[in-house]
Structure formats: structure tokens, C-alpha cells
Design a protein around this ligand. Structure first.
Ligand code: ADP
Ligand code: ZN
Ligand code: ZN
Length: 741
């Protein structure tokens, strides 16, 4: 018997080992094993067991045994890992590694153990009590024995809870073999939740259609077994998810629910908890290693049957998976930014296929890719266009910022147009609340000198520094570099440094003056350092202490505050100017989400979008809340340029400090790929990426577009994994990239 093993080193190679007799018949795929590797011993995972191998058997070494402290990779997930390695052009080791949380994989976290004590020999124990009844120096031992006889086996912690506990008496009893001791694993109890249980709501006609279609999908063996649920915000999608999960659980199967990390709020969790209680495990990025370890083992041992979590929850080791739900399927945070650069939504569809589970993708603004798949018949499209409680859609108006040229004399000139100032003041007077949205942090974006043309730029990256007034610093949002802001122009010494391009910090300062005494707070990654900051600010907004909340995309999604009646979008133009074919889609989704924060209570909502480009189609479609119009417009443009979903996309990234070396290597790789290209593929030559330099490294980008990419993908994969670039040059591949910056 031969075991094909991958080691810890990302060589993208499997090595054959002989299975030693003591493991024969016991070893299974996915097992963590110790292997001789050169002159050292390494750990690895068994990917395959085979009768024969291509090498002469006398050249093979036996593997050394099972790993002492690593959990195995769930056998049924291996095929998914292998697919990810091939499709996303990463090494097998990287792919297999993502299948297990680090806390489980590395063996760093050990299960907590405790000692459990019980009476070893009841007759002997009773005799001891009889003999020592009146002996003062035996009273500690006697009382312990009495407790154990009465209560049965007890943990050390339980015994410690009794008044007469003495560690030395316990040790003496164990030594005398009157008490037996055993080390056992304990489940740490993280489930201290008090939620009011909820029961399924009678579905609305639209919800009924979605649930009926799901029933049909569950019973059918034929594709499509993927549903695209295009439901307006508040159309009752979450309620539909809950009822779908219940159906799957009733069949004895389990379910995974993926939500973007940012939407994994206590509000969301509470809704799932209320319906499913302890059958649910929640995985988010704030779990400690020990908690993650615990949760993973709960899933693995079948203690829970539902997992709700962000991206990596997709790999929950259920063996009887019935359903994967991907909420907000259009979210770009489903893309992992390091290898394997997978998109959780797409891997979910693949896992569903491999394990015969249904997949439901839900969104109020589905991605172009998913709509395309629905149109091609690969996904079943279900629409829920109406809200459950028919609230009127918010009234959206577009304000042309150009007609209110910056008026430096007035506070807020140029940042807040008079209509927005008016509207905010009115809402505050009515005791209502406002959200102001700007997708840019910091105080100002540009610090420059009018005399000599100096501009504060990060020396390592090709972007301007962002100025923070509160901290008196310049910082780079790409590499995180921070330095004190100069008082005088570093190049000519002029004291007249000018700042323009406002960020959230500046907006906060201006709003605080403009709308005094209304309380203003800011939420962005500069002010929200921890989950506690986030909760505290939201709580104070909920109570109404904060009247005006200012923030970046952190506040665009998921927040439900019925008293928010006005949303102001300060300047969406920043996003539209990005040189990326997804820029329009991103801005549209964002405007849609932000608009959805207004009017969630009884008072109808109002949205004001300020822009320099009121004629821009994206802004127009967003202002009309016209999803279909936008979708047709955007896909027309993508089709014309052969961008996804009209053809697939692979991005080849080349980086390094020596620009010539980077370009040389990029051209060499492109030349090697030539034989695999054909006339149906569009290939762009390596060119500087839109952000040319980050952390001192030049960045070059080449794109391959087309419909049949399988062959060239294989070639790219081999070049990226098995060819070593010259020193100082990095080359990596991004399949289905979400950003081309
Ligand atoms: P979505 O996830 O699409 O935003 P939700 O499932 O959160 O929508 O539903 C919006 C609101 O409507 C929630 O307050 C929910 O409790 C309520 N709701 C959903 N379905 C029903 C139903 N069938 N009957 C009554 N209320 C419902
Ligand atoms: Zn930088
Ligand atoms: Zn100057």
C-alpha cells in the first residue's frame, strides 16, 4: 500500500511513501502523518492511497506514523482542495491548508483537559470510612470519599467547590488506589446566549414561491441546484433562509450560511440563534484560537448542524451537507486576497456540486456573474421585488456640487451643499437621525504647496499621503507608513501648505460645527479599533445620543436604525474614477446599500447624493433605484470590452524593486505562454498597474481574457508554481480577480 502525501513545504508535489504494516487498513485519506523528508522529519497530509506507484518500490521509504497533534483534513473536502489548487493556480499545499483553520491544523491549540476522579473500589472505600470515622487526621480524605460515593465521578474543579477539599488528601487517596483518576477532554462552554426563541413566519406569496422552488430543488437530482435569490432589501430573504435551513435540518442534513464579515453583527447572529439555538455555531474573525478550535470540533463531531460565518466557514467539515447559503453574494469580500485567491461564492457552488448539496445565492443587487449564470440556465433565478411591509422607497435626489462652488467664507463650503445642510438641520430638529457617507478616511487627501508644487506623497507607493489633523500625521493607506506632518513645505519652506480633498475626519469636524449642538460621531477604520468601539458607537446611535453618524463603507451595510430618515452621500465620484471595470458596479452597489439605511421606520426615507457628475449613468440609475437598468447598462459595457462575465479573466502580477527586472521577467513569461494562446483569447502586454508602486515595489500587470481559458490556465499555473523568478522578482496569478488596481 502506497500513500501519496503532500508535505508542509509548498512544492505542489505529492510524494509516495509505503504505508507501514501497523497502519495498513487503518490509514485514511486526509490523515496527518510524519514523513522522512531528505534528512529531516516533516508533517504532511495523505491525499491518496494507492496499490501501486510509478517508482520502483525499493526506492520508497515508509512513513513514520500518524502525527501526534494534528487533526486530519476531512476526507470529503480533499477533492474540493484539489479543484481549488487547479482552478486558482495555487499549490496543492496552500489549497489543502485552507480547508482547516490554523488553530486545528497546527496542533498549537490543545483541547482543554481536566482530571476526573471516581471511587476505585467501593467496598474498600466504605471500609476506609468505617475505620477512620473518628480519626481527625483522616477527615479530609473521608469527606472526599463521601462526596465521590454520593456524587459519582467528579472533576477536580467540581471537588474544589466543596468546603472540605484538600489537594493533598486527594493525592493520598489516589496513591492508595482508593480513588481512580482519568484525564478527559472538556468542551469549553461558549454558549451563554439568552435569546427569545422565534418561530417561522407564515410566508408572503413571494417567499412562498422561493420556498416552493427550493423544495423542488431539494427533491431533484438534476441541475440547476443553485438558486439565485434576487430579493429587495427587506423582502424577507433572511426569513426564507431560516425556513430553508429548517427544511434541510428536518432531513437530517446540515447547512452552512456565509455572510460578509461586516454583516456578521450581533443582530444577525441573534436571528439565527433565536430559530436554531445551540444547533448553531458562529465563526467570525474575532474568535480566539481556542474558540475556533472548539467550534471546528463541534462541527466535526456533529454536535451542531448549522454554521454561520464569514468566508472560511465554507470549509466547515460537515459530512452530510444539504445546503450552502451565500448571502450578499455580490460582495467583493468573498474574494481571498492571498493564495489561494478563491471567491467563496464560486467555491460554494463547487462544494455543492461535489457533495450534492443545494446552493442559494442571495442579494438585493446580484453580481453580473451570477445574473449571467442565471440567464444561461445554470442558476435558478427567483425574484422577490417587494418589501414585506410595504414601506415606500426612499426619495432620492441628486445635488450638482458644481453649482455650489466652494465658498471658503462659509463653514462647510464645498463639502456640504446648501440643500444637504438644510435637510440635515430639518431632520435633527424633528428629533430624527442622519447618516453621512464618504468612502474616504482621514482629514484631507492632498497636502501640497502652491508655491513650489510640492505634494506629500508616500515615498514607497505611488499615492498621495492622507493628512490626519487630529494626530498631526501623514499616512499611506496602502502600506501603512506614518510620519509627522510638516509645518512648513519640506521643499521650499513656505508656511502656506494647502489641504484639499476631504476625508471622513474633515467631514466630522465640519459637521460638528455646522450642526451644533447635535452630536456627531465618526465610524471608519481609523476610529473603530475594536469590536467594542464599534458596538459602543452603534449603541449610542441607537439610543439617539448621537444624531449624525459619519462613516465609510463600514456603515453602508446591514445597519437597521428606524429613526434614520436621511442619508447624505457626500461624494461618490471618487469611486467612479477608479480605473477598474468593476468601478461602476461597486459604486452602484454602495449607493444602493447606503440608500437602504434611510427610512427603515415609519417615516419615509430621504437620500441626497452630492456629485460633480450628475449626468453619470451610474448615479442616475442609483438615484432611480433602477437595478435592471443599471445591470443592462453595465453588461453592455462589459460585453463590448469582453470583460467578465463575457469571458473569463486571469491577471498575472509581477512585482519587484528593480523595474527592469520585473518587466524582463514579465515579458519572458508572456513569451512562454504564446503557444497556449489562440485567436479567441485577448491578451494585454505587461503594463504598469494603475497603482504603479506599493512599498517600493513596481507592479506590472498582464491580463488574459477569453472564454476557454482552461489550457492557458494550466500553463500559467505551471509557470507560476514551478518556475523560479529571478531574485527580487515576484510573480503570482489571480484567477477571476475582483480588483485590477
Ligand atoms: P431581508 O433579509 O430581505 O432584508 P428580512 O428577512 O430581514 O429581509 O425581513 C425584513 C423584515 O420583515 C424583518 O423584520 C422580518 O422579521 C419581517 N418578515 C420577513 N418575512 C416575514 C413574513 N413572512 N411575515 C411577516 N414579517 C416578515
Ligand atoms: Zn505607502
Ligand atoms: Zn513649497
Amino acid at each position: 500500500m502506497i500513500a501519496r502525501v503532500i508535505s508542509d513545504v509548498a512544492l505542489d508535489r505529492r510524494f509516495d511513501y509505503i504505508v507501514p504494516p501497523e497502519l495498513a487498513g487503518r490509514l485514511r485519506c486526509g490523515a496527518a502523518v510524519r514523513i522522512p523528508f531528505g534528512n529531516s522529519v516533516r508533517e504532511g497530509y495523505v491525499l491518496e492511497l494507492a496499490e501501486k506507484c510509478d517508482y520502483p518500490p525499493e526506492k520508497l521509504k515508509p512513513l513514520l506514523g500518524l502525527s501526534a497533534d494534528r487533526a486530519p483534513v476531512p476526507e470529503h473536502l480533499i477533492a474540493l482542495g484539489e479543484w481549488m489548487a487547479e482552478y486558482y493556480c495555487c499549490s496543492r499545499e496552500q489549497a489543502i491548508r485552507t480547508l482547516l483553520p490554523a488553530a486545528v491544523r497546527t496542533g498549537r491549540v490543545r483541547p482543554a483537559t481536566t482530571h476526573v476522579y471516581s471511587v476505585a473500589d467501593e467496598a474498600a472505600a466504605r471500609k476506609f470510612l468505617e475505620d477512620n470515622r473518628d480519626k481527625k487526621n483522616a477527615s479530609g480524605r473521608c469527606s472526599l470519599l463521601q462526596i465521590l460515593l454520593a456524587d459519582g465521578a467528579s472533576s477536580r474543579e467540581q471537588l474544589q467547590g466543596f468546603a472540605g477539599f484538600s489537594a493533598s488528601s486527594l493525592a493520598t487517596l489516589v496513591k492508595a488506589k482508593l480513588v481512580a483518576v482519568e484525564e478527559v477532554t472538556v468542551r469549553r462552554d461558549f454558549r451563554r446566549f439568552e435569546v427569545v426563541p422565534s418561530s417561522p413566519l407564515p410566508p408572503t406569496p413571494e417567499q412562498k414561491l422561493a420556498l416552493d422552488a427550493f423544495d423542488a430543488m431539494l427533491d431533484s437530482r438534476k441541475p440547476p441546484r443553485v438558486m439565485l435569490l434576487h430579493g429587495a432589501t427587506n423582502s424577507g430573504k433572511t426569513e426564507v433562509y431560516l425556513q430553508m435551513i429548517a427544511k434541510v435540518i428536518d432531513r437530517g442534513q446540515s447547512a452552512i450560511v456565509l455572510v460578509p464579515e461586516i454583516s456578521l453583527t450581533p443582530q444577525t447572529v441573534r436571528r439565527f440563534r433565536a430559530r436554531f439555538g445551540d444547533r448553531l455555531s458562529v465563526l467570525h474573525s474575532r474568535l480566539t484560537d481556542a474558540e475556533r478550535y472548539e467550534e471546528w470540533h463541534k462541527v466535526n463531531s456533529g454536535e451542531v448542524s448549522i454554521v454561520v460565518g464569514a468566508r472560511s466557514a465554507l470549509f466547515a467539515p460537515f459530512t452530510n451537507l444539504g445546503l450552502i447559503i451565500v448571502d450578499e453574494e455580490h460582495e467583493t469580500s468573498y474574494k481571498q486576497s492571498e493564495a489561494p485567491r478563491y471567491i467563496a461564492r464560486d467555491v460554494a457552488v463547487m462544494r455543492g456540486k461535489l457533495e450534492a448539496a443545494c446552493v442559494v445565492l442571495g442579494s438585493a443587487t446580484p453580481s453580473a456573474e451570477s445574473l449571467w449564470n442565471a440567464r444561461a440556465g445554470r442558476f435558478k433565478l427567483i425574484r422577490m421585488p417587494h418589501q414585506v411591509e410595504n414601506r415606500p422607497a426612499p426619495r432620492i435626489s441628486v445635488v450638482d456640487l458644481r453649482s455650489f462652488s466652494s465658498e471658503p467664507g462659509k463653514p462647510g463650503g464645498g463639502l456640504f451643499s446648501p440643500p444637504l445642510v438644510e435637510a440635515v438641520r430639518r431632520r435633527v430638529e424633528l428629533d430624527e437621525q442622519c447618516i453621512l457617507f464618504l468612502n474616504r478616511r482621514g482629514y484631507s487627501h492632498v497636502l501640497c504647496c502652491d508655491l513650489c508644487g510640492y505634494e506629500a506623497r508616500c515615498p514607497e507607493c505611488s499615492v498621495n499621503y492622507t493628512y490626519s489633523r487630529r494626530r498631526g500625521t501623514l499616512s499611506c493607506h496602502l502600506c501603512g507608513r506614518v510620519e509627522p506632518a510638516p509645518e512648513l513645505c519640506p521643499s521650499c519652506g513656505s508656511p502656506e501648505l494647502r489641504r484639499f480633498g476631504a476625508g471622513t475626519e474633515k467631514i466630522e469636524e465640519t459637521a460638528a460645527k455646522l450642526f451644533y449642538p447635535a452630536r456627531v460621531a465618526r465610524m471608519d477604520s481609523d476610529t473603530m479599533r475594536s469590536a467594542a468601539d464599534y458596538e459602543r458607537t452603534l449603541e449610542s446611535f441607537r439610543r439617539g445620543d448621537i444624531r449624525i453618524l459619519i462613516g465609510t463603507q463600514m456603515i453602508a451595510k446591514g445597519l437597521h436604525f428606524p429613526n434614520v430618515t436621511l442619508v447624505g452621500v457626500l461624494n461618490p465620484d471618487l469611486g467612479l474614477a477608479l480605473p477598474d471595470f468593476r468601478a461602476s458596479e461597486r459604486v452602484f452597489h454602495l449607493l444602493w446599500q447606503v440608500a437602504g439605511r434611510a427610512g427603515r421606520g415609519d417615516v419615509p426615507g430621504e437620500v441626497i447624493i452630492q456629485t460633480m457628475h450628475p449626468e453619470n449613468e451610474v448615479i442616475q440609475f442609483a438615484a432611480a433605484l433602477d437595478f435592471d437598468g443599471f445591470s443592462a447598462f453595465d453588461s453592455g459595457f462589459r460585453e463590448f470590452l469582453h470583460y467578465p462575465p463575457f469571458g473569463r479573466l486571469i491577471a498575472l502580477h509581477f512585482r519587484g524593486e528593480d523595474e527592469n527586472a520585473v518587466l524582463d521577467y514579465a515579458e519572458k513569461i508572456m513569451a512562454e505562454l504564446k503557444p497556449y494562446l489562440n485567436s479567441t483569447l485577448r491578451v494585454t502586454d505587461p503594463a504598469p498597474a494603475p497603482i504603479e508602486r506599493i512599498k517600493g515595489k513596481y507592479r506590472y500587470l498582464a491580463l488574459i481574457r477569453g472564454e476557454a481559458l482552461a489550457l492557458v490556465r494550466q500553463a500559467v499555473r505551471v509557470l507560476a508554481l514551478h518556475r523560479r523568478p529571478p531574485k527580487g522578482v515576484e510573480f503570482y496569478v489571480d484567477v477571476d480577480p475582483q480588483s485590477l488596481l
